[in-house]
Design a protein. Structure first.
Length: 274
């Protein structure tokens, strides 16, 4: 059953398309977790949901997603592309930012082999080297810092804050580059044209070890082994640990929206520090 976050997202999506004078379509909710995706005919509206609890002003993330996805589309990289028949946004309705995207038919059950995922991510990385826009420079560290400053996370924020500071102090120096930011296989969909990446709102200017750590942690070591490049083992360990910490904090954010998941967050916290 849809919760108020999802209902609010549907209302905002319909309000934006009506304001733009687009044909009316019955809304179809495709996804309702971090962001709510609402299909309205040939378009999909993306509206923040759980991310609103992590990012009190999420419009900047959505604008970055549109800018990067448009940049990559224009360079022939296969990504879910922003709308062109209507302004992609962000638009605003009822205080919520809304972006509009082309609906991209895909097979939700298909999973690409690790070498396909790794090679396609490398293509994205290469194209992003030419991105001319400004990008955040602390990425997940800045998000954690903001979160700890406004939410006690069921009383565990002080310990998570201390752990984030410890990890940041130990991060090795090295080159930085534009990253996907959330480069796990779940953000790669199978289309008729081939593997297609999405969700560039977390892109930041950081070390390659972050993206590869995300890929390996949520895909498996075979994904990392298939990537056409490598990073120092020390950096990979450090940024993988940072990703694990971020995942623990994120579970507490999720539990703010879905209280029945608080035991899951507490278990993840205990496992991290065990």
């Amino acid at each position: 059953m849809a919760d108020e976050y999802t209902r609010a997202a549907v209302r905002a999506a319909r309000a934006v398309t009506a304001r733009l004078g687009l044909p009316a379509h019955d809304p179809e909710v495709l996804h309702q977790r971090s962001n709510v995706l609402v299909r309205l005919g040939p378009l999909v509206a993306r509206v923040p949901a759980t991310t609103r609890l992590l990012r009190p002003e999420p419009a900047a993330w959505l604008a970055r997603d549109v800018a990067l996805s448009r940049f990559l589309t224009e360079r022939g990289v296969l990504v879910v592309s922003p709308a062109t028949d209507a302004p992609a946004g962000p638009h605003f309705a009822d205080g919520l930012p809304v972006t509009l995207w082309h609906h991209t038919p895909h097979d939700p059950d298909h999973r690409y082999a690790p070498d396909v995922v790794a090679r396609s991510l490398a293509e994205v990385h290469t194209a992003l080297l030419e991105y001319p826009g400004e990008l955040p420079r602390r990425g997940p560290l800045a998000e954690l810092e903001g979160l700890f400053g406004r939410d006690d996370l069921d009383g565990v924020a002080p310990r998570l804050r201390a752990e984030a500071a410890r990890i940041e102090a130990a991060l090795p120096d090295g080159p930085v580059r534009p990253l996907h930011g959330d480069a796990h296989p779940g953000n790669l969909i199978a289309t008729a044209a081939g593997p297609c990446w999405l969700d560039f709102e977390d892109t930041w200017l950081g070390p390659l070890a972050w993206d590869l750590g995300v890929l390996a942690r949520q895909g498996g070591p075979e994904y990392l082994a298939a990537y056409p490049g490598s990073v120092p083992e020390e950096a990979l360990r450090a940024y993988t640990r940072l990703r694990e910490l971020f995942a623990v904090a994120w579970r507490f954010v999720i539990a703010r929206r879905f209280p029945h998941r608080l035991p899951e967050a507490r278990s993840a916290f205990a496992a991290y520090f065990s």
